[in-house]
Design a binder for this molecule. Structure first.
Ligand code: MTE
Length: 337
């Protein structure tokens, strides 16, 4: 039986900027000027230390995180000409279906998530499988600050300063076997603390699953993040460990990871399983391939509102084509969306 499915992350019509707001080129230029004014870099933007996040709400970082922060490589990757999204927007407009389907639900409900202690299992086609306490899992890695654009398939975007380390460094540690072709990630499954997993209306077959081809995971831009805005990840943003793949739609960036498996076969990922004709395995940001129900040519940069929609053209691979286009040479991106 066919049911009418909501979009990946329940994209409500009211959340996608209506076509009428894309209006004339003049209005668009006005919007870009407003955006330009907003990009006037904040006072601290050139500083290479965490003091520039003085106005960000403090978290309760575990000891291992604070120790790592001291040795962080700040601004290892920046987003020139882009204003960082205010912390408040990045932490109060979220998709994390385990805590509800409205954008404010994760901030309201994710306090119940217990992130300490946290264990991560690494298994499958690896020479060194194991189950690690998060602080042990993190030991080999130096944190780097990566300021990336985040483009949701729903056509909104942000610019977020993540703290994490390249997945390639993890792969070096765990030694994939010659059979490993994909990497599969799994979110915590804990209906006690995750109200969305208790809901009988949930479309998702929990746990949330995502995956990458091994060569995608090896790309230096692909990271596992444990922090943002100079502090540990807030729960609603996927604490304590999440994926960040900036050239792909946000739904690939799976949150609150408990299991990382190296596998031979392409994993069956959450949104692809729900609506395969709307959400593909690759999910590369592509302004030329529309979602069946809306355009992907433009996006709404948050914060945005009715009077300043802050709409801008979407960039191929979210602006990271130079770094990642080579991964897909010879692949038909219309078929492999
Ligand atoms: N991971 C899990 N486990 N559950 C989710 O619902 N939503 C995805 C992704 N990771 C999601 C998830 C979607 S649709 C997006 S756009 C991003 O998280 C949003 O990340 P943010 O809330 O930090 O902006």
């Amino acid at each position: 039986m066919l049911i009418k499915l909501p979009s990946a992350s329940d994209c409500k019509e009211s959340e996608v900027t209506p076509e009428s707001l894309y209006v004339s080129r003049r209005a668009m230029l006005g919007g870009s000027l407003a955006a330009l004014a907003a990009t006037a870099l904040p006072r601290w933007a050139s500083a290479a230390d965490p003091s520039r996040y003085a106005n960000v709400e403090a978290g309760r970082a575990p000891g291992w995180f604070s120790a790592k922060l001291a040795a962080t490589k700040w601004q290892a990757v920046t987003a020139p000409g882009e204003a960082t999204t205010p912390f408040k927007d990045a932490t109060h407009y979220n998709n994390f279906y385990e805590f509800g389907t409205d954008k404010g639900d994760p901030a309201a409900n994710a306090g119940s998530l217990k992130t300490e202690p946290w264990a991560v299992v690494v298994d499958g086609e690896v020479g060194k499988p194991g189950r690690y306490a998060l602080e042990d899992f993190m030991k080999p890695y130096q944190l780097e600050e990566r300021i990336y654009r985040l483009r949701c398939v729903e056509a909104w975007s942000m610019v977020i300063p993540w703290l994490g380390f390249p997945i390639s460094a993890l792969l070096k540690q765990v030694e994939p076997t010659s059979k490993a072709r994909y990497i599969r990630f799994e979110t915590l499954q804990d209906p006690k603390t995750m109200p969305g997993q208790r809901s009988s209306f949930a479309l998702i077959d929990w746990p949330y699953i995502e995956g990458l081809r091994l060569d995608e995971a090896m790309n230096p831009l692909a990271i596992l993040a444990v922090g943002m805005y100079g502090r540990e990840l807030p729960n609603q943003n996927g604490a304590p460990l999440r994926l960040v793949v900036p050239w792909k739609y946000g739904f690939k960036s799976i949150k609150s990871i408990v299991r990382i498996s190296l596998v031979e076969e392409q994993p069956r990922t959450t949104w692809q399983a729900i609506a395969p004709d709307e959400y593909g395995f690759y999910a590369n940001v592509n302004p030329e391939v529309d979602h069946p129900r809306w355009t992907q040519a433009r996006e709404r940069r948050l914060p945005s509102g009715l009077f300043s929609p802050n709409v801008r053209p979407t960039q191929m691979f979210n602006g990271y084509a130079e770094e990642v286009a080579g991964l897909y040479s010879g692949l038909d991106l219309r078929k492999n969306y």
